[in-house]
Design a binder for this molecule. Structure first.
Ligand code: GLC
Ligand code: CA
Length: 532
């Protein structure tokens, strides 16, 4: 009989599938195109499930595939209970989920509760309804300040640049109220004080869970609640695409009640998981999001933010673990996603960047908890920082007055096979151009090369899945030379990282896997190794 079945309740409660899974983040527009329109889709993903199975991931996180006019790559949802035709409609999602389950992979979907698309029926209704009407009450409409209300209601900037308020024209043609949009103009913020807003999210969650989806990634999970009276905020440290802990637009206390209510819905489906996007720095505040009655998991972005330096990595690891320890939460690890520059480039690019990204992959995959791999990391893809201006689609580019290029550089479609773009991603024109230099990074070029980055990930995931040393919830730090770190998991796995430019002696033990050849028991510069 299964050990977990016999275990006491407390142990049982802590043995959920999502507590040690490796999630693979698919950015659907960029993964695989099945119909030649140049945009990746759900059927394309389904056709590549064998690839993900070979890689060895436990679960797939799909970035938004709901109906959307794509003002922000699908994070502007016009119907949360439908799949966009561009991605293949609801049948395509059903097909993907069924086949993923048959291959023993779970599927979670992005949901976007903070805002809708401006094309959502609710917002369209709000535009034609009167100020103060119930339709306006689902969003955050206010009168402007100054003479004739011509100034925005407060000084909040949009995360994407420009003001967070847009003034509408009332149905009678006069300049009217303003609505809040923390992101693009096409993404009006919902009013979470309105009970209809939660009820609609609950309907969306149940709709997808009933179709067999295994859970959700909750977009801007530290947003949603807004401070009463919407006071002006300090603009002192304001940066595009970022927020501070004291930023009035985010992390307001009321958000936790929303997460408690979301959790109650998810509890109706015992295996379902919610992972929140939580850009909160302070450990105590971060931990609040994963209290036992709130989110199951929250993204900790520290590893995606630190440079390749052992001391900084160690601090990020310690911080990420202590952020959840006090509330008994599960740590999460992520080196990159669709919003940040790819790690190969962050670590310096070129061969060194790839070496360092490989080393960090071993670090994140050796830690207790949940790891998220962003599609293309397993191929060692760099960011594409020289996309032509005319190709850029991230709203940040226009909203910043063309001063910030935005996030398209990490969203370039994946190279599958062949010697030239579009590398079988599509039979048509890819929605973003793929660099010809990626011919050496295709799946085809890497899959049978024992030393490729793909093979490294594959071996790492296999070891992580089968070796007993990858167990236990704690790590112990060992003494190590400057610029290096060594830790041991409770179960016995030792991970050594060398961030210096010179080789160092390996700690004792049998080498399970290393990112560079081991010569004379030396760990090369910019390398990591697993030992037992
Ligand atoms: C999240 C998403 C990002 C999106 C934003 C607005 O930060 O990860 O891609 O632009 O929310 O929905
Ligand atoms: Ca397509």
């Amino acid at each position: 009989m299964d050990e977990v079945e016999n275990a006491p309740a407390a142990v049982k409660a802590s043995a959920h599938w999502w507590q040690k899974s490796v999630f693979y983040q698919v950015y659907p527009r960029s993964f695989a195109d099945s119909n030649g329109d140049g945009i990746g889709d759900l059927e394309g993903i389904r056709e590549k499930l064998g690839y993900l199975e070979l890689l060895g991931v436990d679960a797939i996180w799909l970035c938004p595939v709901m109906r959307s006019p794509m003002a922000d790559g699908g994070y502007d949802v016009s119907d949360p209970r439908d799949i966009d035709p561009m991605f293949g409609g609801v049948e395509a999602l059903d097909g993907l989920v069924t086949e993923a389950h048959a291959r023993r992979m779970r599927v979670i979907m992005d949901v976007v509760p903070n805002h809708t698309s401006d094309q959502h029926v609710w917002f369209q209704e709000a535009l034609t309804a009167a100020p103060g009407s119930p339709a306006r009450g689902r969003y955050i409409f206010r009168e402007g300040r100054g003479a004739d209300g011509a100034e925005p209601p407060n000084n909040w900037p949009s995360i994407f640049g420009g003001p967070a308020w847009t003034r509408i024209t009332e149905p009678d043609g006069t300049p009217g109220q303003w609505y809040l949009h923390i992101f693009a103009t096409e993404q009006p913020d919902l009013n979470w004080d309105n009970p209809e807003v939660f009820d609609d999210l609950a309907a969306t969650l149940r709709f997808w869970l009933d179709r067999g989806v295994d859970g959700f990634r909750i977009d801007v999970a530290h947003g949603m609640a807004k401070p009463a009276e919407l006071p002006d905020m300090s603009l002192a440290n304001n940066r595009l695409l970022a927020n501070n802990d004291d930023d009035l637009r985010f992390n307001n206390a009321g958000v936790h009640e929303i997460h408690r209510r979301i959790r109650k819905v998810l509890e109706e489906y015992p295996d379902a998981v919610a992972v929140g996007e939580v850009w909160v720095d302070d450990n105590e505040r971060f931990g609040e999001y994963v209290r036992p009655d709130e989110l199951h998991l929250a993204f900790n972005f520290r590893l995606a933010e630190v440079e390749f330096a052992a001391e900084a990595v160690r601090e990020a690891v310690e911080n990420s673990m202590s952020a959840v320890a006090t509330v008994g939460g599960t740590p999460t690890w992520t080196l990159s996603n669709h919003d940040v520059a790819r790690e190969v480039t962050r670590y310096g690019g070129g061969t060194v960047g790839v070496d360092r990204a490989r080393a960090m992959a071993l670090v994140e995959l050796s830690l207790p908890g949940v790891t998220f791999i962003y599609n293309g990391s397993e191929l060692g893809l760099p960011n594409v920082d020289d996309l032509p201006d005319s190709a850029l689609q991230d709203p940040v580019w226009e909203r910043s007055g063309r001063t910030e290029r935005g996030r398209d550089g990490c969203r370039v479609p994946l190279p599958w096979e062949g010697r030239q773009p579009p590398f079988a991603f599509t039979t048509g024109q890819p929605w973003l151009p793929i660099p010809p230099a990626w011919k050496s990074l295709t799946v085809e070029a890497q899959i049978e090369d024992y030393n490729s980055t793909f093979s490294l990930f594959r071996k790492a995931l296999e070891l992580r899945a089968i070796r007993p040393e990858f167990s236990g919830n704690d790590i112990d730090w060992y003494g190590s030379p400057k610029g290096c770190l060594v830790f041991r998991r409770t179960g016995g796995l030792i991970c050594a990282l060398n961030t210096t430019n010179a080789a160092i002696p390996l700690p004792p033990g049998e080498v399970l896997l290393a990112t560079q050849p081991i010569e004379g028991r030396q760990l090369a510069a910019n390398a990591a190794a697993w030992l037992v």
